[in-house]
Ligand binder design. Structure first.
Ligand code: NDP
Length: 274
């Protein structure tokens, strides 16, 4: 019997997840159906209950329901608990298990696809919202020298440093600052602010990009973002968030199906189509 999955969001028509999962299913020979599911803004929990009743096996969750999904889950994996957000639900005999594959997806894209190992590296994370929060534990597991979280609202970055204090290898491995206090240079700079959505450049200094640094914007689309253009101008290798999107989907597929699909061909096809 075909196992059913979907991606829940509002809006949802733009989601590329059905195409990605269809490609994974074809490549791995898994018998699944995956569709877009619009949920009313005040109806996420009812939508999930409906899906469970219809025999769905799991769902991805996107804007604006990731926090609600964490609250609704009857069990949370550690990385989802620490992120405080869920992008992957697994329906398992009465349990709703919540996980977060955004961070592991970003790490897979940087390490495997871009070929940049993170051990011993200095990482600058711009932004302290949901996406930033989800990547900190996966980053720490790669044993970087330092993660500096720079945010417009400094207090939110400070709160994230405190939140992950028990997971650092040594004091000072994570630090917080405001944009105007960014000091030193970095091997990897990740734009996890939503500034690119409004075509704004987060105020990162050019000196933050070490020679040959990787600059990754979580946003993806047709054109390079202002952040990508600025980073490229200052000597960085740039990458958008499409690889992260495909890799987080592969992690979710692996959770549901027990097989991790190859992502290279899917990413190449999506890049050609975008
Ligand atoms: P949130 O709304 O949770 O957080 C937004 C963050 O951006 C906050 O830190 C906020 O700072 C900061 N910010 C907003 N506007 C500006 C600005 N003009 N200048 C500087 N900082 C700003 O958003 P998310 O964390 O959920 O998403 C962030 C980005 O990541 C989005 O572009 C989203 O599309 C992308 N994303 C991509 C994914 C992928 O698979 N590729 C997956 C998930 C997210 P403050 O605290 O001061 O308000």
């Amino acid at each position: 019997m075909t196992d059913k999955y979907c991606v829940i969001g509002n809006p949802i028509a733009h989601s590329k997840s059905p195409d990605i999962h269809a490609a994974f299913a074809a490549a791995t020979g898994q018998d699944i159906a995956y569709k877009r599911q619009l949920a009313p803004l005040d109806g996420f929990a009812d939508t999930v209950r409906d899906l469970v009743a219809q025999g769905y096996r799991g769902a991805n969750v996107t804007v604006p329901f990731k926090l609600e999904a964490a609250a609704l889950a009857t069990r949370l994996e550690e990385r989802a608990r620490l992120a405080g957000a869920v992008n992957t639900l697994r329906f398992d005999g009465g349990e709703i298990v919540g996980d977060n594959t955004d961070g592991p997806g970003l790490v897979a894209d940087i390490v495997r696809n871009a070929g940049v190992p993170l051990a011993g590296k200095r990482i600058l994370l711009l932004g302290a919202g949901g996406a930033a929060r989800g990547v900190i534990l996966p980053f720490l597991r790669e044993k970087p020298e330092a993660i500096v979280i720079a945010n417009r609202t400094r207090a939110t970055a400070d709160a994230l440093v405190a939140h992950f204090a028990d997971h650092v290898a040594y004091p000072g491995q994570i630090a917080a600052c405001g944009f105007t206090d960014i000091r030193g240079s970095f091997d990897v700079v990740v734009n996890a602010t939503s500034a690119s959505l409004s075509a704004d450049l987060p105020p990162v200094p050019a000196s933050a990009f070490r020679q040959g640094a990787l600059a990754l914007d979580m946003m993806y689309g047709k054109k390079p973002t202002p952040f990508m253009a600025f980073a490229a101008k200052h000597g960085a290798t740039v990458r958008d968030g499409l690889g992260m999107l495909v890799e987080q989907a592969a992690e979710a597929f692996a959770i549901w199906r027990g097989v991790r699909p190859d992502t290279a061909s899917v990413l190449a096809r999506m890049r050609a189509a975008s």
